[in-house]
Design a protein around this ligand. Structure first.
Ligand code: 26M
Length: 822
């Protein structure tokens, strides 16, 4: 380092230390010598936040001046993960803050790890929203993420006696230094009541909604940094409050209980995240949660627009509003209501604005996950919106009838209202009709949308449905979580890959450099040792970093087939027991993931993982070569440790069920090889890395379909496959449940008599493929080459590429660099 940057550094470190002391004294109210770790965490975070603030206000200022188009990303979930470390990296302040903290006698890692992560999402969909915010800012696209400030995010998972226990996530308890409450931007949201016609001052017939109650929506803003750019975007999360905090009128007339009750009801709205993904339950509070944050957000965008323009005519030129699945789809009738009832647009002009504003991303094909609200419930909670939905539907079906004269079936199929039994509002149809674009999240997924789930809409509007393959941010999922690998890569090819992941291709020639390969192995080994050290506290020094780390982390779901993984483990266990000389490399099977609290089968799968672990890990005949570990409470923070240490990534869903997957990308970027089916983005990953660098098994979508049509009988497979039969029998006869034959019966019976996700059909192909995986792993040079090529070819799966696709294909927005004027 040259002399001047050195003095700058030490100057800055001095300033940072002064900042910490100032924050400790004035913000936390403690002397440094009495400060707790939490005090220090807050003081460091506030100091970092101050540095962001200049950039943030500056970004808003230049936005207002240039009147650029803005993305409004509407999502019920943002699974951001810890902020401090990410902000330090994006600001380029990690080293300086680390040294400043060290000079205060502390360890930056300790402070970073102290952060209670904002887990405001279930899994894939919520984490995708967070990666997209990172890329939007890094690509200098003005954007606001709109969502819900859940007081309790995703529950914390504990394992007790092998079972999942849920604990409330009190993430706000220690204080959240990253958010700003914006009380002056409070909005009001109505609920229930009725609609009425009236004549306005100009003699026009109008409709208005007379809500039965009101709640206030209060925005909390979290600045979102880009990587080494001056742009700062915004995550704006809404919190519900009662309109009057203490109603003295009611108090005086004696209804004290009533007044307090109303306040409590209002604050229930944003109390807790619903922890079930991929499964729809028609809960009224959930419907109102969705409406609440959508109404707040649409009102907010309208306010911002009218601050700059005289009316809403040009709204679609200034805002692109993305619906992250159908959870915010009520935005379509809400914006219609605002335009017609509040801003007095005609239906036709309002519809033109609305249908040029929204675009909808579909994240699932599972029928049980598609949102459909009972008409009666929607009409009770949102009477005006139901009227508007009926009118949208009636006009839409007129169009369908003109397009397909005489075809009554297509009208039934495409209607927003499902009338096959109890009447429901199909939110996916509303989103398709109310926007200008629809997209799937991987090529295969989009193809299936076109040919099955949304085929009628695709036929009606062939240009509306497009693909944008998901991606993940290499800042968090490589630079932050795998510093050893990031350093090795940068030393070989420079650091341009961090903002242009395609540059990783320059690593390809390195596979022939033995020194580089050895360093690559060393990085993986060190990462594995880290996690061994971490778990030696809980389990003793039992985990062997020389073993293959075979990892499946994701929500527990039958369609993701954690139990297929388990059947292979039991089979391997039996083979090792029968043949102590079996030539297989030592393996640690690692699982992690949460089950929805009401999903009994998923919870039973967790119990089975832990039961198998208990038996296998304590059996000296096998435990030098086979171990099983369930990592409790898998979340973003634990993901930072897990993806970098994996040798093998398990992506084994039944073909056609996983829309994309994003964990698959995180693993490959960190040099894991994939064993996987032709599902979701696996297909594209395999295409990129080349088939010889991907362990493929199982049926493809067509074969799954054919087997389904031909009539699938799992029992035949069971009877014809000795290894499979033995594995299932071992579980069924209580080998892993202290002789209890009932415990796992529901799981066994489901496999034998229904097997909806065709676990048995793919079993042999999976076991054969795992055999090959073991053989290749024993050839370290070959494995390492394959791993390097995997990472080197991950360019496509940066969320920067995804966001660039959205900008070009859907939003029609160009980057908008912000200059820093001090
Ligand atoms: C719905 C209603 C009530 C309560 C919760 C929900 C709900 C919440 C989250 C439903 C689905 C939710 O998430 C679905 C999800 O995460 N889908 C995943 O999206 C990823 C990003 O596109 C894909 O990579 C995964 O394949 C897909 O499963």
């Amino acid at each position: 380092t040259d002399c001047s940057s050195h003095t700058n550094d030490s100057n800055n470190i001095k300033k940072l230390k002064r900042g910490f002391a100032y924050k400790l004294f004035y913000q936390q109210g403690v002397w440094p010598q009495n400060a707790s770790l939490n005090d220090y965490y807050l003081a460091v975070s506030y100091t970092v936040r101050d540095r962001m603030q200049q950039m943030f206000l500056n970004s808003i200022l230049s936005l207002q001046k240039k009147e650029s188009k803005i993305v409004g990303y509407l999502s019920a979930e943002f699974l951001m993960g810890p902020h401090l470390h990410n902000n330090l990296i994006n600001l380029g302040l990690y080293d300086q803050v680390s040294r400043a903290v060290e000079e205060c006698g502390l360890d930056i890692k300790q402070i970073i790890d102290h952060e209670e992560e904002p887990g405001l999402g279930n899994g894939g969909l919520g984490r995708l929203a967070a990666c997209y915010l990172d890329s939007l800012a890094s690509l200098q696209i003005p954007a606001i993420g709109y969502g819900i400030r859940y007081e309790f995010g995703m529950f914390d998972q504990e394992i007790k006696n092998g079972w999942q226990k849920e604990l409330g996530d009190r993430w706000l308890q220690p204080g959240n230094p990253w958010e700003f409450k914006k009380a002056d931007l409070t909005v009001e949201v109505g609920a229930r009541g009725h609609t009425e016609q009236y004549t306005d001052d100009h003699g026009n017939q109008r409709v208005r909604w007379v809500p039965g109650g009101m709640v206030k929506g209060i925005p909390y803003d979290t600045p979102v940094l880009g990587y080494r750019v001056n742009n700062v975007n915004l995550l704006r999360l809404w919190s519900a409050e009662a309109p009057k905090s203490f109603d003295f009128d009611d108090f005086n007339v004696g209804d004290y209980q009533g007044a307090v009750h109303e306040k409590i009801m209002a604050e229930t709205i944003t109390k807790v995240l619903y922890p079930n993904d991929e499964h729809f339950r028609g809960k009224e509070l959930r419907l109102f949660q969705q409406y609440f944050f959508v109404s707040c957000s649409m009102q907010d965008m309208v306010r911002i627009h009218l601050f700059m323009f005289p009316n809403l005519d040009n709204f679609p030129d200034k805002f692109a509003v993305q619906l992250n699945d159908t959870h915010p789809a009520i935005a379509v009738p809400e914006f219609m209501r605002l335009l017609i009832d509040v801003h007095h647009y005609s239906w036709e002009r309002a519809w033109d604005i609305v249908t040029h504003t929204f675009a909808y991303t579909n994240h699932t094909l599972l029928p049980e996950a598609l949102e459909k609200w009972p008409v009666a419930m929607l009409g009770r909670v949102l009477p005006r919106h139901l009227e508007i939905i009926y009118e949208i539907n009636s006009r839409f079906l007129d169009l369908v009838r003109i397009k397909y004269p005489g075809d009554v079936d297509v009208v039934r199929r495409m209607s927003i209202i499902d009338e096959s039994g109890e009447r429901y509002v199909r939110m996916a149809h509303l989103a398709c009709i109310g926007g200008y674009a629809i997209n799937g999240v991987a090529e295969l997924h989009t193809r299936l949308l076109k040919n099955h789930t949304l085929t009628d809409f695709h036929r009606l509007w062939p240009d509306k449905l497009t693909n944008v393959t998901n991606g993940v941010t290499p800042r968090r999922w490589m630079v932050l979580s795998n510093p050893r690998l990031a350093r090795l890569i940068s030393s070989a090819i420079g650091d341009g890959w961090i903002t242009n992941l395609y540059k990783l291709r320059e690593l390809e020639p390195m596979v022939d450099d033995p020194v580089f390969c050895e360093k690559w192995q060393q990085v993986k080994f060190d990462n594995k040792q880290d996690i061994c050290a971490m778990f030696s506290c809980a389990y003793g020094p039992m985990f062997n970093p020389y073993a293959m780390f075979d990892v499946q982390v994701k929500r527990i779901h039958e369609y993701k087939r954690q139990h297929l993984n388990l059947l292979h483990i039991v089979n391997l266990y039996q083979r090792l027991k029968n043949n102590p000389n079996l030539d297989v490399p030592p393996r640690i099977f690692i699982f992690g993931g949460k089950a929805a609290p009401g999903y009994t089968m998923a919870k039973l799968i967790i119990k089975l993982i832990n039961s198998i672990a208990e038996v296998v890990n304590s059996d000296p005949d096998v435990n030098t070569r086979l171990q099983v570990l369930f990592i409790p409470n898998f979340n973003v923070q634990i993901g930072h440790m897990v993806y970098p240490m994996a040798d093998l990534s398990e992506q084994i869903s039944l073909a056609g069920k996983e829309a994309s997957g994003t964990g698959n990308m995180k693993f490959s970027m960190n040099g894991a090889l994939t064993i996987g089916t032709l599902d979701g983005a696996n297909v594209e990953i395999r295409e990129e890395v080349a088939p010889e660098n991907f362990f493929l098994f199982g049926m493809d979508v067509n074969e799954v379909q054919e087997l389904g049509t031909a009539g699938y009988d799992p029992q035949t497979i069971y009877n014809q496959n000795e290894g499979l039969k033995a594995a299932i029998n071992l579980i069924a006869t209580g080998h892993f449940s202290h002789g209890d034959r009932e415990l796992f019966r529901p799981l066994i019976d489901s496999l034998l008599y229904h097997d909806p996700y065709m676990v048995l059909a793919d079993y042999q192909s999976y076991v054969d493929c795992q055999q090959k995986v073991g053989e290749v792993f024993q050839d370290t040079r070959r494995w390492t080459k394959m791993a390097i090529l995997n990472a080197a070819r991950m360019g496509k799966f940066s969320s920067d590429r995804s966001i660039a696709d959205y900008c070009r294909k859907i939003w029609k927005i160009k980057p908008f660099p912000v200059e820093l004027k001090l």
